[in-house]
Design a protein around this ligand. Structure first.
Ligand SMILES: Cc1ncc(COP(=O)(O)O)c(C=O)c1O
Length: 505
């Protein structure tokens, strides 16, 4: 049986029919065995690329009997970092490193070194952490329309965009639960999000037992307002929109979506993890940026990530709420524990306060003028890349993005193009539904020659794939293969096995 052919057929079916067909097909031992063999080969191919140091540097599966000399340890760590640096420093990665300039990193590292013991759990020992975090939240809120009259925007610092989203969804769930019994009481909290909203909303749904309704997007890969409205029921606690979305970099019609939420008296979360530190400055630079923040009355929460375009070190995000009452549903408190009265604002207990110090330092050292200047460079490079991609025969840009440029093809296998680009050193993102690839432009790509190199490599990769007979051309495109398999349950198992593999020394 040709599994890829079967896969393509199942992919076109209604998801429920496809799931039933998957159960039937994978119940046939021969099909299951072929799939597993194929997945094992895939995994074996992946292992080598994530374990390049095997057999090269000392590996530890138990503590060394005698501790190593710190010079020796440092030499190992610095040696590994030096090997990995050129790829991201030279702008070959999509997203991943958003600033990466030598002086900026040295500055953040000094702040980290000065505060490495800071734990915000102990506010009495480190009131500096309290100051840093309160000011990060205030500065982010003010940047995102929170200083408008009646804004009352509050928030907390978290470890990343995912945690910000998880906490906002938990807050909506718990607010719904806290409402008095009676008419209109939510029995099963549900969040409605466009298919393109970040996968962290699925994670929130899984972790917190929230229902998630994913609504297909409309033209230009933007949320379909009418369809989102139709998806709202008495159990819906919040709607979601992205500014912009991770896959295609387009901003959802936040004003219209938030108006639906306000009309139904439910929450609205703008996920501005990617755009929170770009869009306010893009607007000031004269770009056409639709309303997306707390200036829109129906927006009740937002996520924005300093560890992306805020140019902080990794591990810093902000979740914001309109009003302290909503935020209070995020908090954890315990009054009966023998360890004493306990409270924590976010998921972790002890937290790396040095990351908050570095985040605060990045924000105050960059300032409005710094963010304006950086945003101007990112958007100019984004436009050059978007136009350059659109000019390559066989490729088309999806939607109307500013700096996250997704592209697909009707003539060549885009995953083979991705594979060729990987061979040329690039680390791009493979997307599916529809099959596409994206580059998230950061300051790394604004360096002289990087955009030109990207476009030249992409042109050459497309030409090579176009010239190659179908079904040939090197190793199987790993991402493409996984993306076209409809056996989602089996693919899910494969992903778990992949995580297992990462933790094998
Ligand atoms: C739009 C959007 N939301 C949420 C996230 C999740 O952020 P993190 O990876 O920091 O958890 C991302 C990450 O790229 C994103 O692009």
């Amino acid at each position: 049986m040709d599994i890829t052919g079967l896969a393509a057929k199942l992919e076109r079916l209604d998801p429920r029919v496809a799931a039933a067909a998957e159960r039937l097909a994978t119940a046939i031992p021969a099909v299951r065995a072929r799939l597993e063999l194929r997945y094992e080969r895939l995994l074996a191919g992946m292992e080598a690329s994530v374990k390049p140091y095997r057999g090269e540097t000392a590996s530890f599966t138990r503590l060394p009997t005698h501790g190593l000399a710190s010079d020796e340890v440092l030499a190992t760590v610095e040696g590994l970092a030096a090997r990995e640096r050129p790829r991201w420093r030279d702008g070959l990665a999509s997203g991943a490193v958003y600033h990466g300039g030598d002086d900026h990193l040295a500055f953040l590292n000094r702040v980290y070194a000065a505060t490495s013991q800071l734990n915000p759990l102990h506010a009495d020992l480190w009131p500096s952490g309290v100051k840093f975090e309160a000011e990060i939240v205030a500065m982010t809120a003010a940047m995102l329309g929170g200083d408008a009259p009646g804004g009352q925007v509050v928030g907390t610092v978290t470890s990343g965009g995912t945690e910000s989203i998880l906490l906002a969804m938990k807050a909506y769930r718990d607010r719904a639960r806290a409402r008095p019994l009676g008419r209109g009481r939510v029995t099963r909290p549900v969040v409605v999000a466009p298919t393109t909203a970040h996968v962290a909303f699925d994670k929130a749904a899984q972790y917190f037992g929230i229902g998630l309704v994913r609504v297909p997007v409309g033209p230009g890969y933007r949320a379909d307002v009418a369809a989102m409205r139709r998806a709202v029921t008495g159990n819906t606690v919040a709607l979601v929109g992205s500014a912009p979305s991770f896959p295609h970099g387009v901003v959802d019609p936040i004003e219209e979506l938030a108006a639906v939420a306000a009309e139904r008296k439910i929450g609205f979360h703008t996920d501005a993890c990617l755009g929170g530190f770009v869009l306010p400055w893009a607007r000031r630079l004269g770009h056409d940026v639709p309303a997306f923040d707390f200036a829109v009355p129906g927006v009740t929460s937002m996520s924005a990530d300093p560890h992306k375009f805020g140019y902080a070190a990794k591990g810093a995000s902000v979740v914001l709420y309109r009003g302290a009452e909503l935020r209070s549903h995020q908090y954890f408190t315990a009054t009966e524990w023998p360890g004493g009265l306990y409270f924590s604002p976010t998921m972790a207990g002890s937290r790396p306060g040095a990351l908050s110090a570095a985040c605060w330092a990045a924000m105050v050292a960059t300032g409005e003028d710094g963010y304006l200047e950086a945003t101007g460079r990112v958007l100019a490079t984004g436009a050059a890349i978007r136009d350059g991609v659109a000019a390559i025969p066989g490729l088309r840009v999806l939607g109307d993005p500013l700096w996250v440029v997704a592209f697909a093809s009707d003539t060549v296998d885009i995953y083979r193009v991705l594979e060729r680009m990987t061979g040329r050193g690039w680390s791009l993102n493979g997307l599916h539904r529809p099959a596409a690839v994206h580059l998230c432009v950061t300051l790394r790509h604004t360096q002289p020659g990087v955009a030109e190199r990207f476009l030249a490599d992409l042109r050459a990769s497309v030409a090579e794939v176009a010239a190659e007979p179908p079904g040939q051309g090197g190793a199987a495109p790993v991402y493409g293969l996984a993306a076209t398999l409809p056996f989602r349950g089996v693919v899910g198992d494969l992903l778990k096995k992949y995580i297992d593999l990462l933790y094998r020394p």
